[in-house]
Design a protein around this ligand. Structure first.
Ligand code: ACO
Ligand code: ZN
Length: 159
């Protein structure tokens, strides 16, 4: 995977990231939402670029939220929320999502987060396996979390 570069999102990447998001996931967002995450938490918005074709092939974006720890009782803490991640289909299963997530988790740490969390469709085996492999643990089911009624699994992981 020598030709894949992992780097921080830049504003000129916006249309490519929106394209990847719409191609890969039913959860889509307006451009301003992507830009507000970038403006607030640039170190947690990472992209993968194929430098041979000069195209973006994946992204991960997140934000740091204050809330009660999922791992340490009722302590208030900063938590890095993985909001969305996707890799274009033909580049999957090459470890790229793993590299993106590792970078985003480093970014969360730089913002002072002590744990991370995310929601994933219970039927999304690929993503569930990815998160478990990285060290996330299933915390609870969020019934009917998605617009089509599917349940989410809430995953958490210490940083
Ligand atoms: N089947 C089973 N396990 C899989 C699969 C698969 N098709 N793909 C990935 N995994 C698991 C494996 O454990 C894999 O490790 P291994 O290859 O050593 O067995 C591990 O994940 C790491 O795989 P990567 O190659 O790093 O993951 P990839 O770059 O393929 O991206 C992703 C995974 C992001 C889930 C990709 O399939 C994708 O874009 N799917 C569509 C979008 C999506 O579902 N995003 C997540 C939604 S939830 C959220 O965004 C918070
Ligand atoms: Zn979420």
């Amino acid at each position: 995977m020598e030709q894949i570069h992992i780097r921080l999102f830049q504003p000129q990447d916006l249309s490519s990231v929106i394209h990847i998001n719409r191609t890969c996931l039913p959860e889509n967002y307006p451009g301003l939402f992507f830009m507000s995450l970038y403006e607030s938490f640039p170190k947690a918005f990472i992209v993968a670029e194929d430098i041979e074709t000069n195209t973006l092939i994946g992204y991960v974006m997140g934000r740091v939220e204050r809330g009660f720890s999922s791992l340490k009782g009722y302590k208030l803490t900063k938590k890095g929320h993985i909001v969305s991640i996707a890799i274009i289909e033909k580049y999957r299963r090459k470890g790229i999502a793993t590299r993106l997530l590792e970078e985003a988790l480093e970014g969360f740490k730089e913002y002072g987060a002590s744990e991370s969390f995310l929601e994933v469709r219970e039927s999304n085996i690929e993503a569930v396996n990815l998160y478990q492999k990285i060290g996330y643990v299933e915390k609870k089911v969020l019934p009917g979390y998605y617009r089509d009624g599917e349940d989410a699994l809430l995953f958490t992981c210490p940083l």
